[in-house]
Design a protein around this ligand. Structure first.
Ligand SMILES: NC(=O)c1ccc[n+]([C@@H]2O[C@H](COP(=O)([O-])OP(=O)(O)OC[C@H]3O[C@@H](n4cnc5c(N)ncnc54)[C@H](OP(=O)(O)O)[C@@H]3O)[C@@H](O)[C@H]2O)c1
Length: 337
């Protein structure tokens, strides 16, 4: 075991803007045997999520910041290569909190076994059937609370979370409008996913006018993935008793000086509810969420895209694509076994 080398991309210093290779370099370290209760997994799939950028900073977040010197934290799917626990055995495939590294060593109690022969591609458990799909499911239904006939606006609408949000909102009988950064993304969500309208926020000009045109009855639910100027514009288009589900503010993650929203007064003007959430708020209901998402996927009612990029050494450059919009759906790094 000790002859194996673990390549790790780790946090050398805290980025103030987009993370650089100097802030997230790699090192090769000998792999140690697992301690009692631990197992070692060879990471096959590494989930790339915007939230990881938040964990690189010191700012209070829903889980503790990544410590300086630690591998960058990520959800991973891996195969157990050595176990010092009765909970998992060599050869098992598990989903776990891991890192940007070839091998992760951690408590076996935190590893959940997956059935690699179920016919479901393993990567789906990081995307539509994993944290991403569950974020859309619980965030929209429990925080946004859409009702039949209402208008739902979603930003980063062609992304991993946003694309699922829009399709679930359609299933609730809503008028659904998505905002995305290219015409190709706008075509995908309207022509293939069934959104009623799409706004290319990079070419539409005045956001408020564009939202009002696409949402002639006003906005009842705004599912906010981006914050910033789009949130400010959406606030100006809300109906009475609208709900704003704050899922993420990706437009601010690489900019510590990004201004806050200016139009929060609209919460008073229209008796609006705004609520942030993290998917972990619903951890007790994950089995229900996964079962419903799987049913929709199998029935062909829920479509999704995964962009799987080979090799750990592409991890940082691939991660940065979340912030320039060049990712096509859920971004995942694959380490061939
Ligand atoms: N609360 C939770 O539990 C939870 C869980 C998962 C994710 N999230 C949040 O959900 C959001 C989406 O995450 P995801 O994993 O589904 O990523 P994603 O949407 O697949 O990828 C990020 C997308 O954000 C858009 N974007 C990037 N910078 C932007 C900017 N400055 N202004 C407007 N749009 C921008 C880009 O699309 P365009 O081409 O359209 O610009 C990019 O493709 C993030 O804010 C994330 O933090 C929250």
């Amino acid at each position: 075991m000790n002859e194996l080398i673990n390549r790790q991309y780790y946090l050398a210093s805290r980025p103030v803007a987009a993370p650089t290779p100097e802030e997230v370099p790699f090192r090769d370290v000998p792999l140690q045997d697992p301690a009692a209760g631990e197992a070692v997994i060879r990471n096959m799939f590494i989930s790339l999520d915007p939230a990881i950028r938040g964990w690189m900073s010191e700012v209070n977040n829903y889980i503790e910041p990544i410590a300086l010197g630690d591998p960058i934290r990520s959800s991973v799917i891996g195969r157990v290569v050595k176990s010092n626990s009765e909970l998992v055995a060599e050869g098992d495939v598990v989903i776990s909190v891991g890192g940007w590294e070839r091998f992760t060593t951690g408590p076996a109690a935190g590893m959940t076994k997956l059935d690699e022969n179920s016919g479901i591609p393993l990567s789906n458990f990081l995307s539509v059937l994993g944290p991403t799909g569950l974020t859309a499911y619980f965030g929209l239904l429990e925080v946004g609370k859409p009702k039949k006939g209402e208008t739902v606006l979603v930003s980063a609408a062609a992304g991993a979370v946003g694309s699922v949000v829009g399709q679930i909102a359609k299933m609730q009988g809503c008028h659904v409008v998505g905002m995305a950064g290219t015409d190709e993304k706008c075509r995908w969500i309207t022509e293939e996913l069934g959104f009623d309208a799409a706004i290319n926020y990079k070419t539409c000009g005045d956001y408020v006018q564009a939202i009002r045109e696409a949402c002639p009855s006003g906005v009842d639910v705004y599912f906010d993935n981006v914050g910033g100027e789009i949130l400010d514009a959406a606030l100006m288009c809300l109906n009475r008793f609208a709900r704003v589900a704050v899922c993420g503010w990706i437009s601010t993650y690489n900019d510590a000086d990004a201004p806050g929203p200016k139009n929060l007064w609209q919460l008073v003007a229209e008796s609006v509810t705004i609520q942030g959430f993290v998917v972990l708020d619903y951890i007790d209901r994950f089995p229900e969420g996964v079962a419903q998402l799987a049913e929709w996927v199998i029935a062909g009612k829920l479509k999704f895209k995964e962009e799987i990029v080979d090799d750990l050494d592409n991890v940082l450059s691939t991660f940065l694509r979340l912030f320039d919009g060049s990712n096509q759906g859920k971004l995942i790094i694959r380490n061939p076994e």
